[in-house]
Every structure is written in C-alpha cells, then in structure tokens.
Write a protein that binds this ligand. Structure first.
Ligand code: ATP
Length: 376
C-alpha cells in the first residue's frame, strides 16, 4: 500500500546564526492512489515538504512513512519515489530515450529488453514516440516536460512527487497539460503529491488540497470543501479567483456593522459568531446579487431589504459569459472599491449607475478578525 503519512513533520534550517522554521508540525495522510496538491504562497514551505518526502532534505522532527515503513533515514535512491522538477532536470547530452532509461540502467539490474519496453510504453503514454532520438535542446519546453514525466513513469514508483512541473509552460499548454497530467495520474493510480502556488491548478487537478502558509498547514480537504467551507481567512482568500470579498467591522446588535453597512444576522449566524467583537464579513463575487438598477429591489421582501444596499457600479468588465462588476458604497473616496460581483453575461449593468446589491444570508462567511478563524 502506497499510503504516505506525514506525522508532525518539522524542518528547521539552521546556518549557525539564524534559525528558519520552514515547515512546522505538518500532518497529512495521503491515501493510496490519491492526488494531493500542496498549495500556498511563495516561501510557505511546500517545496521543503516535498523535498523531505523525496529525501532531498533531512527531517528535523516528526516522521514520514510510506505504508508502515519509516522513511526518515532511508536514502533518496532507496525510496520508491520519483520526482519531477520545474526545471525538468534532463541531461542535455543524452537523447530523450537515454534520459528516460538512464535511471533504470544505473540503479536496477533490469534487462535491456524490459527497459526498452518501459520506455516505449511511457513514451506512448506521453505522446513522444517520435521524439525519442532528440536531445533536450531540440525539444520545446512542453516536450521536455513530457520526457521528464516519462522518465518518472518508467520507474513505476509507489509515489510521484511534482514540484511546479507546469510553471515554465505558456498558459494554453499549461491548461492542456493539467488535464493530461490528471488523466495520467488516474490511469497510473499512483499516489501523487503536486506542489504549486497556483490555486487554479490545485482546484482543477486534485483529489484533495493541502493549503500551507508560513510553514503551517491551514486546511486539507476536497477542492469544493475548501471553497465553500474555508477553515480561516487565509484559505478563504487564497482559494477562488477572483478572490472572496471581505469587509471589516464590528459585531453589534446581532449584526455586522461597519461605516458603510449594517447587516443583520439570522439566528444561526448570530449563534455561530457568539461573543466575537471584531469580525470580517466575506462573500464570494458570484454570490453578490445585483437585483436591479436605480434602487428598485426585485422581489424585495422585508427580510431581503435589510440585506440590500445601494451601490455604484464603478467598473464593469464584460467577459462574454459573465461580467465582473466593481462596486462602491456611496460617499466613498473615489477608487476605494468595496465589492466585486460576477453576474451573468446577459445581465447588463451600466458603468457609473446606482444598483441595488443583495448579500444573501446563506452565502456570507464570518471570520474573527483577531484569530482569522472562521466563525460561520
Ligand atoms: P516557492 O514557491 O517560492 O518555491 P515554497 O513554498 O516552496 O516557496 P520553500 O522553498 O519550502 O517554500 O521555503 C520555505 C522557507 O524555508 C523559506 O522561508 C525559505 O527561505 C526557507 N528555506 C528553504 N530552503 C532553505 C535553505 N536551504 N536554507 C535556509 N532556508 C531555506
């Protein structure tokens, strides 16, 4: 069973003067055959985590296990793990075929015919059969990345590790390779850990996402779980594009209160917010409803009216299938955008017009300003 377990894993870099805690008490259980994407901003410790799994970095504290075997003291070459790097790391003087077979020739006693069979099979999976006699310099970035992936596949490892493998490709190719990689991973059924700072890659490719910030694990869950039920402000902001809207304010009179709005909470939200005083209200752009122009609320019931606000649509970006509408509360200094809404392409909103904006109660999130934790 290629179940990969990280148990309170910590990495401290110590150069004698400074101690940098790159990874702190990270625990994740990655199931056999699962595709886990490790995501977070630059410097959050994701590459270091991956390198510890690969054995390229020692583990300061904690344990990494593959099945029941502890990997902490197992040498890189003795771990049944293949890694694909952002830089491809191909040997420039070897052909694609030689790059793919090199590792097997060096570190196993596999027969030439078996190596040939594996290289041919991997090349066919990656669609590079016709490129096998070329050297890396004669290949495009995308083709080089396929060779690098092929080299990992021929080893038939228990675990696949990938560190930003698509970041050197242009946007179109990256999107194509995303789908291909995901299909390949499913086909091979190999436990995989994929590092990226790109939340779109994380959302579209993974079975589960692990979000890291500042060396610490923030949340692990399925993509939509993180999207709809973020554990804290960091995850709420990091996952989703355009990002969730946030407004800072106070918890008073069973409402969210700021300079711009007073937003009454339903009983369940009020209970969840409890005695928190400084709070942040969050709402996804697609949940912000523009119910009408010129202040006439459509279906405006008494209850809805309390959750509707007059705003100015300062900028409208038509994208075809949808519009991105930037909204400001009245009386603001120009340029201080308050909310972003995404509306259907057919829903025309005039730039500069006053509109009624509804923030539905079932779509709002509430966070504790002090701790950043999700309250509701
Ligand atoms: P990026 O997306 O920029 O690669 P990352 O999330 O992968 O970032 P890491 O490379 O894991 O982050 O780095 C985590 C922290 O550890 C950073 O503060 C980094 O400066 C530090 N760090 C990484 N490698 C070393 C090292 N060899 N010596 C000292 N500090 C290091």
């Amino acid at each position: 069973m290629a179940r990969l377990t990280l148990d309170d894993v910590t990495k401290v870099f110590d150069d004698g003067e400074d101690e940098i805690v790159a990874v702190e008490d990270v625990s994740i259980d990655i199931e056999d055959g699962e595709f886990l994407v490790l995501v977070g901003p630059s410097g959050c410790g994701k590459s270091t985590t991956l390198r510890m799994i690969a054995g390229l970095e020692t583990i300061t504290d904690g344990e990494i296990r593959l099945g029941t075997e502890t990997l902490n003291d197992v040498k890189t070459q003795d771990r049944d793990i293949a890694m694909v790097f952002q830089s491809y790391a191909l040997y420039p003087h070897l052909t694609a075929r030689e790059n793919m077979s090199f590792g097997l020739e060096e570190s196993t006693d596999m027969s030439d015919s078996e190596i040939d069979r594996r290289v041919t099979e991997a090349a066919s999976m990656m669609g590079i059969e016709d490129l096998l006699d070329r050297k890396p310099g004669q290949l495009s970035g995308g083709q080089q990345q396929r060779v690098a992936l092929g080299r990992a596949i021929v080893r038939d490892p228990e675990v696949f590790l990938m560190d930003e493998p698509l970041s050197n490709l242009d946007a179109k190719l990256r999107a194509e390779m995303r789908t291909e990689l995901q299909q390949l991973q499913q086909q091979l059924g190999v436990t995989s850990v994929y590092v990226t700072h790109d939340q779109t890659e994380a959302m579209t490719m993974s079975d589960r996402i692990a979000v890291m910030n500042d060396g610490k694990l923030q949340q692990v869950g399925r993509p939509l779980e993180l999207y709809h039920e973020p554990a804290n402000l960091f995850v709420a902001e990091f996952i989703g594009e355009p990002s969730m809207n946030f407004m800072s304010g106070r918890h008073e009179r069973s409402s969210f209160v700021s300079d711009d709005v007073e937003y009454p909470f339903a009983d369940d939200i009020e209970r969840a917010v409890g005695d928190a005083t400084d709070i942040i209200l969050g709402i996804r752009p697609e949940d912000v409803e523009i119910v009408s122009g010129s202040g006439v609320a459509v279906n405006g019931t008494g209850d809805d009216a309390a959750h509707e606000f007059e705003m100015t649509a300062t900028v409208v970006e038509p994208m075809g299938n949808q519009n991105v509408v930037h909204l400001e509360f009245p009386g603001e200094t120009e340029g201080t955008e308050d909310l972003v809404a995404i509306t259907e392409g057919s829903h025309k909103v005039e730039e500069g017009s006053t509109v009624t904006v509804r923030l539905p109660q079932d779509a709002v999130h509430v966070f504790d300003t002090r701790t950043g934790e999700t309250l509701h």
